[in-house]
Design a protein around this ligand. Structure first.
Ligand code: GLC
Length: 488
């Protein structure tokens, strides 16, 4: 089975958000669960400027030409060397070396990613490598699936199409023009709402055989008006094709026992060492080094989705309680400012570091007692799973993947975190107070930490589910194979 995996970003090469973690770790996990079965999974990424500035070992493979109006455009394909999974990079005049992975201008990104998606298909054809499954991720690569239907090239007539939705509201607004210059007309024959018929994600969903949401709860939520980004009625009609598969995390990268950037590595057996990481970070960042005051960590994109504003309001409202907080992240300038403001108001309680800093993020996971994730919606969320491995209890809103991974029965012997229902500062504040009280009961807290550290969110189960889904789609597109097998 040949699998073409398309994504805008992937670890360890280029990372902006959670998509990179998934695109970096899912393909090898699928390869692993396939074992001795013949699976050839290949990843293709755009040759972003940030990748061009790294000196990655690679070689030129070929150049392909794409239909584009008013004249065709060329794409150059490179292959990375020394990789476990075959990985290609696509470059071309439409991919500016100065451009970041994502800009705020979806018109510009639309051109880049439609170019990328179509070049990936053209490349497979030029090397005569027929994908049995084309797996797109989010709006950026969704045009590849739609193009298969529109161009009806016999080369791809048996290719199955899967799309994973990591974040539904990012539909690719503003990219309609981009689709049309590459010869992709609006999907007027579809039952998509008219406004969505020329947007990348909707047309990709329309073309996909199967739609995967990154957690079972999110798969249900996107069928409702609150989470459906205007597509809920359409998605309800596709209910039979939608499933939720929880993301996994790569424990080779997230293991407090073998984490090279921790001052004091620790595991479940040496949990008492965890507090040394806490004291170190409090001292390094000029917070009072109170080992017995709960340290609340927040590692996040500063985004409305992530409920940063809710966290600020809730923390401010309980400033008379014993807690310390460490907030790390970048994003919306308004939210960045609001976090800095909170630090100025409560300099002895709150530290805020406004930057993208993977090393510091590992150190906060290790140092914090509680990780705050008050997301308004959370398709999956990886931070809560990482936190649990580090014995840091997650406090999240009961939505999407947070609901699927955080067990909160209000009983420390069987819980591993704290959940609240509605995205309201007072509910969050109440739950914070519940966590602070639990923290003061050492026995209860430790029992929850151990429950959390014992959870298994590795890719094994989820990669198997993806593989089974691929097989199902494969059989659908190869009915003759099935007949041959049942009637030898
Ligand atoms: C997006 C979602 C996040 C998910 C990640 C990987 O960033 O917001 O919830 O974990 O994609 O699927």
């Amino acid at each position: 089975m040949n699998i073409l995996f398309l994504a805008a970003e992937a670890e360890p090469y280029i990372k902006v958000g959670g998509l990179a973690d998934v695109a970096g770790s899912l393909p090898p996990a699928i390869q692993q669960v396939a074992g001795a079965e013949n699976v050839d999974i290949r990843v293709i990424l755009p040759f972003h400027g940030a990748l061009q500035r790294q000196s990655l070992a690679m070689h030129f493979v070929t150049q392909v030409q794409l239909r584009h109006y008013p004249q065709p455009v060329e794409a150059d394909v490179y292959q990375l060397e020394h990789t476990d999974i075959t990985t290609y990079l696509i470059n071309g005049a439409l991919l500016s070396p100065e451009a970041p992975v994502y800009t705020s201008d979806t018109g510009v990104d639309g051109i880049k990613y439609t170019f990328f998606s179509l070049a990936a298909l053209e490349f497979c054809k030029s090397i005569q490598w027929k994908p049995d499954i084309i797996h797109a991720n989010d709006w950026h690569t969704a045009p590849a699936l739609y193009a298969i239907d529109v161009f009806a090239d016999p080369f791809f007539s048996q290719s199955g199409k899967v799309i994973t939705v990591h974040n539904l509201p990012y539909l690719g607004h503003g990219a309609a023009e981009a689709l049309s210059v590459f010869g992709l007309p609006p999907a007027t024959n579809s039952t998509l709402p008219v406004w969505a018929q020329q947007l990348p994600l909707p047309v990709g969903l329309y073309a996909a055989d199967k739609i995967v949401a990154v957690s079972p709860t999110y798969a249900q939520e996107i069928l409702t008006p609150d989470f459906g980004a205007g597509l809920d009625s359409y998605l309800v009609t596709r209910r039979a094709d939608i499933c939720g598969i929880l993301n996994g995390i790569d424990y080779r990268l997230w293991d407090p026992e073998n984490d090279p950037v921790l001052p004091y590595p620790y595991g479940i057996e040496q949990l008492s060492l965890k507090v040394k990481n806490k004291i170190k970070i409090l001292q390094d960042f000029s917070l009072p080094a109170h080992a017995d005051v709960i340290l609340i960590g927040m590692i996040t994109r500063m985004d409305y989705q992530k409920g940063v504003d809710l966290a600020i309001k809730a923390l401010r409202s309980i400033s008379d309680q014993p807690w310390l907080a460490f907030i790390l992240g970048t994003g919306s300038p308004v939210l960045e400012q609001a976090v800095i403001q909170l630090h100025h108001e409560l300099p002895d309680k709150v530290q805020a570091v406004i930057r993208f800093d993977p090393t510091l993020s590992h150190q906060i996971y290790a140092a914090a007692d509680l990780l705050l994730i008050p997301s308004r919606y959370e398709p999956c969320g990886l931070t809560q799973m990482i936190a649990m491995k580090y014995g840091t209890l997650p406090l999240g809103r009961s939505t999407g993947g947070l609901k699927d991974t955080i067990t909160d029965n209000h009983d420390p012997s069987i819980s591993c975190g704290f959940l609240f229902e509605n995205p309201a500062p007072d509910e969050l504040a109440e739950t914070l107070i519940r966590a602070i009280k639990t923290y003061q009961d050492h026995h209860a807290w430790k029992s929850m930490q151990i429950n959390a550290m014992k959870q298994d969110f590795s890719w094994n189960q989820s990669a198997l589910k993806y593989y089974q889904l691929y097989k199902e789609i494969y059989q659908y597109h190869h009915p003759l194979d099935k007949a041959t097998r049942s009637n030898p």
